[in-house]
Design a protein around this ligand. Structure first.
Ligand code: PTT
Ligand code: SF4
Length: 605
């Protein structure tokens, strides 16, 4: 089975047991890699009665057939588990040398289960695995920990690790790598913390088996050149994802004041151009020639990497219009190992609670010092931080008094940085994302603003499913970065060529779409099995977007129409072959080769 190592590593931290096994070729055939592997393993091994923080939950690091090869932007890995934030399927995508080294060590995925008796880290050198003490590292931030591990294990080792937030089981803590890469906003850092696992360090020196090395070399060379020749390349290299601040402001979707508005009066001070003025250098993931990690100096003259989502959620969404202050908060979040998106949402929600007299503490928009203090407290679950660390869904359940109307999450995952008062297609993308509200699966908004943004049409639903197939399906299973395709228009047929060179198989995009549909339906089934029921309310955004009009900007007065949203949701379910309540039909499961799911769904629905 060229292209895949065909082997995986399982580490049971409770039993101190390490095993290396082959997996059935059918797993690769039906699920390809990455998110596909993770979804199938969780379905098989992490059942309904397993709590996210129990030792029986499993943390999966999964690569795909293109990961770690000299192919554009292939240094990516999926981290997945049952999510402590949503209670459903959770994953994230991390750029790291860890991805490359796991493949070079001879494995396609790694399953971590159990819980070590005291704090530890795992060191993998090819097929030698050791569980080492992390007692000196526990309690440290990610920067200091990574420096230490880099010194001990060498610059070429791949490291994934958690900060204090993960140790303290904050349900939106993430896994960090390379000082500025963060993956798993669904709380993957907390799952790692619940296993007493501070870090994973991998060195791999083997060769990944591929079908046609010469062809791969030729295609890759052409592909890297094609990326460099794209008209958008130069601006991208200057600003990376920070180009999106201006775009969002111009299109009135820049989340501001806890998603009350889509424009921000200080947008010019926090945009890509402002970032360029404080930029020091840039870095990125392995095998990437369009590196987007813009490294700037923050308000304390320390270096930090800035991305659009971080700036919008720790900036406009909480009323901060000073890029150096935002950079400082971003650096804190990276060091503590906590997701910037859920943090920005939860702080925005707290500010509104304070303004409405629903909590005793006083905190207002843009109050940098208080926000900084709160961020530290969230990671340590201290005082008000203990409440805010739970995320907006639980917070609103505890606070009550209609606060759920502006608790900006779907299925418990906080909404990422696009306001949807005037973009129903994007609202539906958030509503139907397989991990909760995340733009990663379908950033339909850039297409939608040019395609009649206020309309509720079947073609939006078709486009949304196409996006989910490509973004959430193809890129999360290959596993490579999607940004060459999204940002520079690097065509999808390159991936057919890469797959041919690597695996020898003639995959067409349509074949990959079928795999994507299989994975989406399996993940949906996982959620239903977890919850024991499902209804369409789970796929509907918070009522702020339906009931409260925006008050400024060209789209002043905009809000979503609930009846029309519901009709789009019906079309979506129909297209996917799910019932009117969003439950996969038996015929759909059978057509996708998911017959094994039917029995378990019947038991729980
Ligand atoms: C992703 C989410 C994003 S999406 C951003 S910025 W983005 C935030 N980054 C955070 C951060 O930084 N620090 C922190 N403490 N929390 C953060 N939370 C937020 O997490 C990231 C890039 C980006 S930058 C994006 S869009 C693309 N995402 C990809 C994806 O999802 N799949 C894929 N195949 N390719 C992708 N390429 C791009 O990768 P989550 P990274 Mg990320 C500091 O993990 O959980 O999916 O949340 O991985 O290595 O940092 O690369 O404007
Ligand atoms: Fe990483 Fe950015 Fe390159 Fe994607 S474009 S691989 S996120 S550096």
């Amino acid at each position: 089975m060229l292209g895949w190592n065909g082997k995986f590593l399982r580490i049971d931290l409770t039993k101190n047991k390490i095993s290396i096994d082959k997996y059935e070729p059918d797993l690769a055939k039906l699920f390809l890699g990455g998110r596909g592997f993770a979804a199938k393993i969780l379905w098989d091994e992490v059942k309904q009665d397993v709590k996210p923080f129990s030792p029986e939950n499993k943390l999966i690091f999964a690569t795909g057939p293109l990961t770690g090869l000299p192919i554009p932007s292939s240094g990516k890995i999926i981290v997945a588990s049952k999510s402590p934030l949503t209670g459903g399927y959770g994953d994230g995508n991390l750029g790291s040398m860890l991805a490359v080294n796991l493949r070079r060590a001879g494995f396609d995925f790694l399953i971590i289960e159990g819980k070590f008796k005291k704090s530890c880290y795992v060191n993998i050198i090819d097929n030698k695995v050791e569980i080492k003490s992390a007692q000196d590292l526990w309690g440290l931030g990610t920067f200091e920990t990574e420096n230490f591990l880099n010194k001990r294990h060498g610059k070429n080792s791949g490291i994934a690790l958690i900060g204090q937030a993960g140790e303290n089981l904050v349900p939106y803590s993430t896994i960090l790598s390379q000082r500025g890469r963060s993956g798993g906003r669904t709380g993957m850092g907390a799952v790692m913390g619940s296993k007493n696992l501070k870090a994973i360090v991998i060195e791999g020196k083997g060769e990944i088996p591929i079908s046609n090395k010469n062809f791969l070399e030729k295609v890759s060379k052409e592909a890297y050149a094609d990326i460099r020749s794209k008209p958008e390349y130069d601006l991208w290299m200057r600003q990376g994802t920070m180009i999106t601040v201006d775009w969002s402001q111009e299109n009135c979707v820049l989340p501001s004041y806890n998603f009350k508005e889509g424009v921000f009066e200080h947008a010019n001070e926090i945009n890509g151009e402002s970032m360029e003025r404080i930029k020091e250098t840039q870095k990125g993931c392995p095998f990437c020639n369009m590196i987007c990690g813009n490294v700037v100096k923050d308000s304390q003259d320390e270096l930090v990497e800035l991305d659009y989502e971080n700036v919008a959620m720790l900036g406009s969404n909480i009323g901060i219009g000073d890029l150096k202050q935002i950079s400082f908060l971003n650096r804190m979040a990276d060091d503590l190992g906590i997701d910037t998106i859920s943090t920005g949402n939860s702080i925005g929600f707290t500010i509104e609670c304070s303004q409405n007299g629903l909590i005793d503490e006083k905190i207002d928009w843009g109050e940098f010092e208080k926000i900084q203090e709160l961020l530290e407290k969230i990671a340590h679950k201290d005082g008000l931080g203990n409440l805010v660390s739970q995320g907006t869904k639980l917070m609103s359940q505890k606070i009550g008094k209609n606060s759920q109307n502006w608790a900006m999450n779907i299925k418990g995952l906080e909404i990422s940085a696009y306001d949807c008062h005037s973009t129903p297609g994007m609202a539906l993308a958030y509503g139907t994302s397989p991990i909760g509200a995340h733009h990663k699966d379908a950033w339909i908004i850039s297409w939608e603003v040019n395609a009649g943004r206020e309309k509720y049409t079947p073609n939006k639903v078709e486009k949304l499913i196409e996006m989910q197939r490509i973004r959430g399906g193809i890129f999360e299973t290959l596993v490579t970065c999607r940004l060459p395709w999204v940002e520079l228009g690097f065509e999808l047929n390159w991936y057919e060529k890469f797959l041919k060179a690597v695996t020898g198989f003639d995959y067409k995009i349509d074949d990959l779409y079928t795999i994507a549909d299989r994975i989406y339906t399996l993940i949906r089934s996982y959620w239903i099995r977890e919850f024991g029921f499902w209804n369409r309310e789970m796929d509907i955004p918070p009522s702020r977007w339906f009931n409260e009009e925006t008050s400024i900007g060209p789209f002043k007065g905009a809000k979503l129409n609930k009846t029309s949203y519901d009709i789009m949701l019906d079309w979506y379910y129909e297209e996917r072959g799910w019932t009117k309540n969003g439950i996969p039909k038996d015929s759909t499961l059978n057509n996708l080769g998911l017959n094994f799911v039917s029995k378990e769904l019947k038991r729980s629905s």
